[in-house]
Design a binder for this molecule. Structure first.
Ligand code: SF4
Length: 146
């Protein structure tokens, strides 16, 4: 991890970001939306559902954890004119757009910046904060055995 911090990146001076809750990243092409076992209770409680019912209705198993179901057009089951579980949304959603795949090159970042209107707005996230988020997602990938 120390090696990560000692390197130079295009975001050495940080990146401004604040989610505008536009839903672009919650809709569109289908994909996996990981929900860890440790996230089940908080989301189920937010929906006033029992965990087994929540799993059956909204999730499907993937590897050792779960993913949220999507509509045929790729829209997350929880996106209805905004994210209906925003305060308890999964770690994967909370950490967007600071994912390794988006930050691995300036070219990739510019591409995601064109799609996400939150990039360039809001508070400045330092290089260290961004790398911590990247690391937390890498931990998730390891945990999921991907
Ligand atoms: S695309 Fe960006 S601004 Fe829109 S909901 Fe996703 S993170 Fe928020």
């Amino acid at each position: 991890m120390k090696r990560l911090y000692n390197r130079s990146y295009f975001f050495d001076h940080g990146i401004h970001f604040e989610c505008r809750r536009c839903g672009v990243c919650c809709t569109g092409d289908p994909g996996i939306i990981y929900v860890g076992k440790d996230e089940l209770t908080s989301i189920a409680e937010h929906l006033s559902l029992q965990v087994p019912f929540f799993i059956e209705k909204y999730l499907y198993p993937i590897k050792t954890e779960y993913s949220i179901k999507e509509h045929a057009d790729g829209r997350c089951f929880f996106y209805e004119n905004g994210c209906t579980i925003y305060p308890v949304r999964p770690h994967q959603c909370k950490t967007f757009p600071f994912w390794f795949e988006n930050l691995r090159s300036l070219k990739k970042w510019k591409r995601i910046s064109r799609e996400c209107p939150g990039i360039g707005c809001g508070p400045l996230h330092s290089k260290e904060q961004i790398l911590e988020i990247v690391q937390s997602n890498m931990d998730l990938v390891v945990k999921m055995n991907l």
